[in-house]
Write a protein that binds this ligand. Structure first.
Ligand SMILES: [Zn+2]
Length: 273
């Protein structure tokens, strides 16, 4: 009886150990399985770094896109400014467009100007006169036929001086703009002189009228078109009497920065800063 009891106890102990062994084994397997599913801390960090790079890449891409968008918008805005009616460029290298037309405002004495520039011109002349000055407009809009006539007439006079026809044409071109290349054909250019000195000479700049116009015309949208130091760019020698309407905003930029119209327009073209 005692023996049986002892054997029974041993068997129970064995079974218990076996059960414990099975449970432990099971737990070990489960723990292993769980651990294998938990990503290592290191791999988690590298994931964070990767996504950090992604954010940076995206930011760089957005900045790049914004810059490209801004560039395109600036180019578009500049192109619009370049094509404005008051920015038409006429010089020895840029002929007036073939289909060019202009709506003129007659000024009296046979003078005329583009209607759109007239209010600013009137304001400028009124203010100059209010200062006790006497500016006189001696040249303004020139029809193509008039420019043609002036050019042919100059050739004739050169021939009379003894030049051959070929030479006369060359010499005439240094004095009178070839038809199609005179800014006066735009209706935006004016020659203004002092009533006390109506010659188109360098001394014109010493008159009180020119002094006032040189310093104030930009406030009314006009620029001294052919400054002495810009002849190589404008193609025209110094003319301290020739004013060109470009609008108040542009005139201020050109006046304040000391550039000429060609330089201003070039700065708006693609590829320039
Ligand atoms: Zn002129």
């Amino acid at each position: 009886m005692n023996n049986n009891f002892q054997k029974d106890r041993k068997d129970r102990k064995k079974r218990l150990r076996l059960h414990c062994g099975i449970v432990l084994f099971g737990l070990t397997i489960m723990l292993g399985a769980t651990l294998s599913h938990v990503p290592a801390k290191q791999s988690n960090e590298s994931h964070e770094i990767k996504s950090d790079y992604k954010v940076k890449d995206k930011k760089a891409e957005t900045a790049k896109n914004n810059e490209a968008k801004k560039k395109a918008e600036t180019a578009e805005a500049n192109a619009a400014v370049l094509s404005m009616w008051n920015h038409v460029l006429v010089n020895p290298w840029n002929k007036l467009p073939e289909n060019f037309t202009v709506d003129l405002q007659q000024l009296g004495d046979g003078q005329a100007i583009d209607k759109r520039a007239y209010p600013d011109l009137q304001a400028m002349m009124d203010d100059a006169r209010a200062q006790g000055l006497s500016p006189v407009i001696c040249s303004s809009y020139r029809a193509p036929e008039k420019q043609e006539y002036l050019f042919d007439d100059k050739i004739k006079r050169c021939e009379e001086q003894g030049y051959s026809k070929e030479e006369a044409e060359k010499v005439a071109a240094t004095w009178v703009a070839l038809p199609g290349t005179s800014e006066h054909q735009t209706g935006l250019a004016l020659d203004i002189v002092s009533s006390n000195n109506q010659t188109l000479e360098k001394e014109q700049e010493d008159t009180p009228e020119q002094q006032w116009l040189i310093n104030n015309s930009y406030k009314y949208g006009f620029i001294l078109r052919y400054p002495s130091e810009k002849s190589n760019i404008t193609g025209i020698s110094y003319e301290p009497w020739h004013y060109r309407y470009v609008g108040r905003e542009t005139a201020k930029i050109i006046h304040d920065s000391g550039i000429c119209l060609e330089e201003y327009l070039d700065s708006l073209k693609p590829g320039t800063k």
